[in-house]
Design a protein around this ligand. Structure first.
Ligand code: ADP
Ligand code: MG
Length: 363
């Protein structure tokens, strides 16, 4: 099926191809490489789909004119160029399949240290209310997307909700799967099944069919909560396949999906997306100072505190930035280093689309 392309995807693909041009003049981080490969794969897939459609409609509409002769060279040329890009993978040191995560981001789990989380009370309550409500949409199972740029705190919010006592009491089964760049149906199913049965899947069950049948049996009539964390991309077909065993679950089961991409939410969400906002200035400062000064908001050095507050403001409510920069300046007595961070132009490049400060994804 032809997937709808949003402007943001076009932009993303464009960024991927631009990255290719730039690779000779700047070192490509793993993150950039994996995005590039993903973009190339998406482009190629779409061109092939488009080519098939053009061929089909040409035959239907102009059976006596062989329009495919006109189009084919164009498409073949594009495919050739894409092929060239894919073949550059050795130069770019790309590996088959995007197995690792973007540099600097570790896999996530459901565990969270709640005492170190600032704010998010309202967002947490709003989501819990939706999770505990049954039958709002008439669907047996609802999917709730949490959407926002990388480093904004989507995973953290999902963790807070997942560990709330009311939520734990409401659902019979809970499972957390860290999805990331590739939507690997088998791997996700294994994780979900492993959690609901408290078993690891490395012994007997290796094929998806057996896994799905077992998962379906286990979920039968039971209310479950699954979290699919950090979904970058998913197609309708992938989602249909993954979610088939879910249908046996109890009425009111929920799936939380955290994602940076609105189109992912559009494909699988059934409840209105929760668009996460930045932290308040106060909470952002608390987070920054906790990491910079050991104790939130407490420092013996007032001049450092003054600059720290300005850096905190420049984090624009992005927890990852506040945490990372606080950590960077921890135990740094030299005020010039603090000023350097404050006056760094890289702040102006805060990249809303791809989510993370360039300084952080290049680190
Ligand atoms: N409200 C918060 N208070 C304290 N730290 C936070 C908060 N939100 C996020 N963080 C921290 O910021 C970093 C990025 O958060 P994360 O939830 O992984 O973002 P996202 O999932 O949107 O990329 C993590 O290290 C997390 O611990
Ligand atoms: Mg996340």
């Amino acid at each position: 099926m032809m997937q709808r392309r949003s402007n943001s995807e076009t932009l993303e693909s464009g960024i991927g191809l631009m990255s290719l041009k730039m690779f000779s003049i700047m070192p490509m981080t793993f993150w950039m490489k994996s995005r590039l490969k993903l973009c190339v794969a998406r482009w190629k897939e779409r061109i092939l789909e488009a080519a098939a459609q053009i061929r089909y409609w040409s035959l239907v509409l102009f059976p006596f004119m062989n329009l495919t002769k006109v189009w084919n060279p164009v498409i073949l040329d594009i495919l050739d160029r894409l092929e060239l890009i894919v073949n550059e993978k050795d130069v770019l040191d790309l590996k088959e399949g995007v197995k690792d995560r973007p540099q600097g981001r570790l896999p996530t789990t459901s565990l969270v240290e709640e005492s170190s989380v600032y704010g998010r009370d309202e967002e947490k309550e709003a989501i819990i209310k939706l999770l505990l409500a049954d039958g709002v949409t008439g669907n047996k199972i609802d999917v709730l997307p949490i959407v926002g740029m990388g480093g904004l705190g989507k995973t953290t919010l999902a963790q807070l909700v997942y560990n709330d006592d009311r939520v734990k009491q409401h659902f019979v089964h809970q499972s957390w799967s860290c999805v990331s760049v590739e939507f690997e149906v088998i791997k996700i199913t294994e994780t979900l099944y492993g959690a609901v049965t408290s078993q690891t899947c490395n012994n007997n069950i290796t094929d998806l069919n057996t896994l799905q049948v077992k998962l379906k049996e286990t979920l039968s009539g039971k209310k479950f909560l699954f979290v699919l964390d950090d979904v970058w991309t998913v197609t309708n077909d992938e989602w249909d396949l993954l979610s088939r065993p879910f249908e046996s679950g109890g009425h009111g089961s929920k799936i939380i999906v955290t994602t940076r991409h609105e189109d992912v939410a559009g494909i699988i969400g059934t409840l209105q997306s929760q668009h996460l906002m930045q932290l308040s200035e106060e909470n952002c400062w608390s987070l920054f100072s906790k990491h910079a000064f050991k104790n939130a908001g407490v420092t013996a050095d007032l001049s450092l505190e003054l600059i720290g507050k300005q850096i905190g403001q420049k984090c624009k409510g992005l927890p990852l930035a506040a945490k990372s920069l606080g950590g960077l300046l921890r135990s740094e007595p030299n005020i010039e280093k603090w000023e350097e961070v404050l006056n760094n132009d890289i702040w102006e490049l805060l990249d809303k689309k791809n989510g993370i400060l360039p300084a952080l994804w290049l680190s």
